[in-house]
Ligand binder design. Structure first.
Ligand SMILES: NC(=O)c1ccc[n+]([C@@H]2O[C@H](COP(=O)([O-])OP(=O)(O)OC[C@H]3O[C@@H](n4cnc5c(N)ncnc54)[C@H](OP(=O)(O)O)[C@@H]3O)[C@@H](O)[C@H]2O)c1
Length: 289
């Protein structure tokens, strides 16, 4: 039986993995979040990993408040960088494989074609920089790891763009959404499937991989589809420019990821973002968004 430690498991991805693991009787999974295992506590991480006898650590923990990170760099770095260093050292000592999640925000967004794993990162925000430095921790201390960069995550769990658009759209009847940031909405359930496929694969091939759902959209396109599929096409959505909606963190204007490598090496089939959005919305409790 495979033994797995999932960290940050109360978040969107962690809860999507929980749902998957419930259907599997060939896995023994310890789900932890900060209350059970604070990843910034180096000794606790070392002891848990050394004692656990895990085959894999799946790190879903992160400081994901992109705007807040601009004024709280110390905390963002502790969670996105130093804590990943703690996992990397502990994993190498215990010979445990790590699957870690990173972000499209490691890129500047100046490209006009999808970023692949060989493209040079150039983060423009504290969040992106601390996540890139987290990748660096794994490359230095536990190079036998898999790092998956993903983007625009949403799910049935926690708060996210899909739920916010549905709630605010119904409340206000009209919304303005930026149309000049291009990426790919990604259902956390699809990412959880990909992670499990990697853990199940016969051959382990470490390295950096890109994973999002298939297709391309702006946040404006995404909002329109959320309201259409969610049964509220009457809500008026107006496109606006990033410069008209200033935020503390600078976001990449284009962050579509090239997923050829993960498809080729791990044989992962990726759903189209609109199909996954419909699947997610079908599972939402519309009265409690
Ligand atoms: N969300 C996106 O759009 C997006 C896009 C690209 C990449 N990613 C990456 O995808 C991964 C999963 O994202 P997500 O949306 O599922 O994140 P999330 O919902 O914010 O969940 C992260 C979890 O980590 C926990 N955590 C924070 N500090 C911790 C610590 N010191 N020790 C243990 N756990 C800690 C958080 O707890 P608290 O809530 O109590 O802080 C939370 O439960 C992250 O690596 C993220 O950077 C996300």
């Amino acid at each position: 039986m495979k033994k797995i430690l999932v960290t940050g498991s109360n978040g969107q991805l962690g809860r999507s993995l929980r749902r998957l693991a419930e259907k599997r009787d060939d896995l023994l999974v310890d789900f932890t979040d900060v209350a059970e295992l604070d990843l910034t506590d180096r000794q606790a991480v070392e002891e848990t990993v050394a004692a656990g006898g895990y085959d894999f650590i799946i790190n879903c923990a992160a400081y994901t408040a992109v705007d807040k990170a601009e004024s709280d760099e110390v905390t963002a770095a502790r969670i996105n960088t130093e804590a990943v260093g703690n996992i990397a050292r502990a994993a190498r000592a215990a010979k445990t494989r790590v699957i870690h999640i990173s972000t499209d925000y490691v890129f500047s967004g100046k490209h006009h074609s999808p970023y692949d794993e060989l493209d040079e990162p150039y983060p423009t925000s504290v969040y992106g920089r601390t996540k890139l430095e987290g990748e660096g921790m794994l490359k230095s201390f536990c190079p036998d790891s898999v790092i998956i960069r993903t983007a625009w995550l949403y799910s049935e769990f926690g708060s996210n763009f899909v739920k916010t658009i549905l709630r605010k759209g119904v409340e206000l009847g009209a919304l303005k959404v930026v149309s000049d940031q291009i990426g790919t909405p990604t259902y956390a359930g699809d990412l959880a499937d990909a992670i499990m496929a990697i853990a199940d694969a016969e051959e382990w091939t470490p390295g950096v991989y890109h994973f999002t759902d298939e297709g391309v959209a702006s946040w404006y396109d995404f909002a329109i589809e959320i309201l259409r599929i969610g049964g509220h096409p009457e809500v008026k959505v107006a496109p606006c420019a990033t410069r008209d909606y200033p935020t503390p963190a600078c976001r990449p204007s284009y962050s579509v990821l090239d997923k050829s490598k993960i498809k080729r090496i791990y044989g992962i089939e990726i759903p189209y973002w609109r199909d996954s959005l419909a699947k997610c919305i079908a599972g939402l409790d519309m009265q409690n968004l």
